[in-house]
Ligand binder design. Structure first.
Ligand SMILES: NC(=O)c1ccc[n+]([C@@H]2O[C@H](COP(=O)([O-])OP(=O)(O)OC[C@H]3O[C@@H](n4cnc5c(N)ncnc54)[C@H](O)[C@@H]3O)[C@@H](O)[C@H]2O)c1
Length: 250
């Protein structure tokens, strides 16, 4: 697909990598619409970039349906979806409290929150996207799922690793199911990237996480955009995941 023909929805587009994808697509001549759960960030991003956006929670079926309707009205169609919105709520499965010595389990709420945004969200958006593309016989159409290198199983991320691994599994099966309709589905698995999500880490923690990264630095959102762009443009790419992680092995 040529970028000038893209009519894209970017989820979680008001910050970090999502905002970078919005900017880069726009600069490439594509039409873009973004959503985000943070109303102030939506207003600020929309005004700063001159791109239409909507306040929507990707884990809400009603929000996703409304948001697709708004994007469709704004662009006349939608032929690209970037499932980018994500959150972290880290914690060990069980942890010994330093002061009391008691074992503390990971609260189920943290599991539910991360699965809802990082896995149910992409499912709801992908289902709505596929329905509309097939109903309108729109082809080619491409979806890009933002997974993570931590899908391999990262300590302290039972919820996040499971969601990001599940998203890659669904990338493969959605690619298989939807190829007959002219749709491609790819995933990008970033390593540690300089966005608000990672910049909120304490400096000593950041230094530790970079130790196993051969390139010894954080990636930049623009370097993840290069992978997203590849998935959009390469007509023979589907059902696979591109790892952009500075060589990190977990
Ligand atoms: N930063 C990294 O190192 C890194 C590494 C691997 C994967 N990722 C993934 O890349 C994606 C983008 O991460 P980022 O670092 O840019 O994060 P970020 O926190 O900077 O931005 C994420 C955006 O998603 C929005 N969001 C959160 N919950 C939402 C919801 N329910 N509905 C709609 N929007 C919602 C947030 O408001 C925010 O604007 C995420 O899926 C993340 O898991 C990030």
């Amino acid at each position: 697909m040529e970028l000038k023909d893209v009519r894209a929805i970017i989820t979680g587009g008001a910050n970090g990598m999502g905002r970078c994808f919005v900017e880069q697509l726009r600069a490439s001549g594509a039409q873009v619409f973004f959503c985000d759960v943070n109303p102030e960030a939506v207003a600020e991003t929309s005004a700063a970039l001159g791109v239409p956006g909507s306040v929507a929670d990707v884990s809400s079926e009603a929000d996703v349906s409304r948001m697709f309707g708004e994007a469709w009205d704004a662009m006349g169609q939608v032929n690209v979806l970037v499932n980018n919105a994500g959150i972290i709520r880290d914690g060990l499965l069980i942890k010994r409290d330093r002061s009391t010595g008691e074992l503390v389990p990971l609260p189920k709420q943290r599991w539910d929150q991360v699965l809802a945004v990082n896995l149910t969200g992409p499912f709801l958006c992908m289902r709505e996207f596929a329905m509309r593309c097939v109903q309108h016989d729109l082809k080619p159409a491409v979806a890009v799922n933002i997974s993570s290198v931590t899908r391999a199983g990262n300590m302290g991320q039972s919820n996040y690793s499971a969601a990001k691994a599940g998203l890659v599994a669904d990338t493969t099966l959605w690619a298989k199911e939807l190829a007959r309709y002219g749709m491609r589905v790819g995933a990008v698995a970033p390593g540690y990237i300089a966005t608000p999500m990672v910049n909120s880490m304490r400096p000593e923690v950041l230094e530790k996480v970079l130790l196993p990264v051969p390139l010894r630095r954080l990636g930049q959102p623009e370097e993840i955009w290069q992978a997203v762009r590849f998935v959009l443009e390469c007509e023979y790419f589907t059902g696979r995941v591109l790892e952009v992680d500075g060589g990190l092995r977990l």
